[in-house]
Ligand binder design. Structure first.
Ligand SMILES: [Zn+2]
Length: 312
């Protein structure tokens, strides 16, 4: 927090989690930059959320990159994956527009998915077009439109490092300041007491940081270097980590959703269904017996329960 200023900030370094994502799959450098930046952004936005659940950032591309997905939960556990066209060629230094918005059909989606959904409750999803030439700009535009909050992001990622800085202008609640009446006169006074220029100043300072500097400087040094002249209150750091939430049960549910007919025909072709998690590489195999159980499990548990009830 910037003292006496309507500005808050966050700095993240998720390099370890980011390296774990890439230990699974190698991406071309330009894709690395984009996915790594999305991951830093997800951590920044997630720390900002006041609900227990996950934030999912997705880009559906119409260029060489088809899909980029990053998920971050309330404990700052992250996972990420990207899907490229089979014959994709990705020159180094490709721009966001070249990667995912060649024909203007690319889409960016933010999903807020509560952990304990009530029956019938849906995840909230906002979808926007991909205007902007960086992940940061796309998210800034989204935040301005959906939250009406001035939010600025600076993101940097390469094959080793992923870091980000977020600044947010807090709504100025003029008249509602501590105690007393809220007359129009006092409201304006309260606002002028605040450091009115703080937002422009903190943003301008952050804008002096190049992505090279961000990649080569740890976040506490960066904070010191940028804001040594400001009164900054620093909070206890939290610790982001790589984690995949996939499970055999979830894969089973997904197969069930495809329907028995679809599964039977796939089994007839392949003999056994092999599914690898896109996020962590975990392998799940379902043979004919496993699949049969998927569709009969409910019926069996009913059958098992009935005699139990009759015993007494
Ligand atoms: Zn997984």
């Amino acid at each position: 927090m910037f003292e006496s200023s309507p500005v808050r900030g966050e700095l993240v370094d998720i390099s370890t989690a980011w390296q774990q994502v890439q230990s699974l799959r190698q991406y071309p450098p330009a894709v690395c930059t984009m996915l790594g930046e999305m991951m830093a952004a997800a951590a920044l936005l997630s720390a900002n959320l006041k609900f227990n659940g996950s934030i999912i950032l997705q880009i559906h591309g119409d260029g060489p990159v088809q899909l980029l997905v990053v998920e971050c939960d309330a404990k700052l556990q992250l996972r990420a994956t990207a899907k490229l066209h089979a014959d994709a060629r990705v020159p180094d230094g490709s721009s966001l527009q070249q990667l995912v918005n060649q024909h203007g059909d690319g889409r960016f989606a933010i999903t807020l998915d509560p952990a304990d959904k009530l029956p019938g409750q849906q995840a909230y999803q906002g979808i926007v077009s991909l205007d902007g030439d960086s992940v940061a700009t796309v998210i800034e535009n989204y935040m301005m439109r959906s939250e009406q909050l001035d939010t600025r992001l600076w993101l940097a990622a390469d094959q080793k490092v992923s870091r980000g800085l977020l600044l947010q202008k807090l709504p100025e609640e003029g008249g509602t300041a501590e105690g007393g009446t809220t007359e129009a006169g006092t409201a304006t006074e309260t606002t002028t007491d605040m450091d009115a220029d703080a937002w422009n100043r903190t943003v301008m300072l952050a804008s002096t940081v190049s992505s090279e500097e961000m990649l080569s400087t740890d976040i506490m040094t960066l904070l010191q270097r940028l804001y040594w002249e400001e009164k900054v209150r620093v909070f206890e750091p939290r610790h982001p980590a790589f984690h995949c939430s996939c499970s055999r049960e979830k894969v089973g549910n997904m197969l069930k959703m495809l329907g028995k007919e679809e599964i039977d025909s796939a089994l007839a072709d392949l003999g056994k269904l092999e599914i690898d998690c896109d996020f962590c590489g975990q392998h799940y195999g379902f043979d004919a017996v496993d699949c049969m159980q998927l569709f009969t499990a409910d019926a069996i548990s009913d059958a098992v329960q009935l005699p139990g009830h009759q015993q007494h």
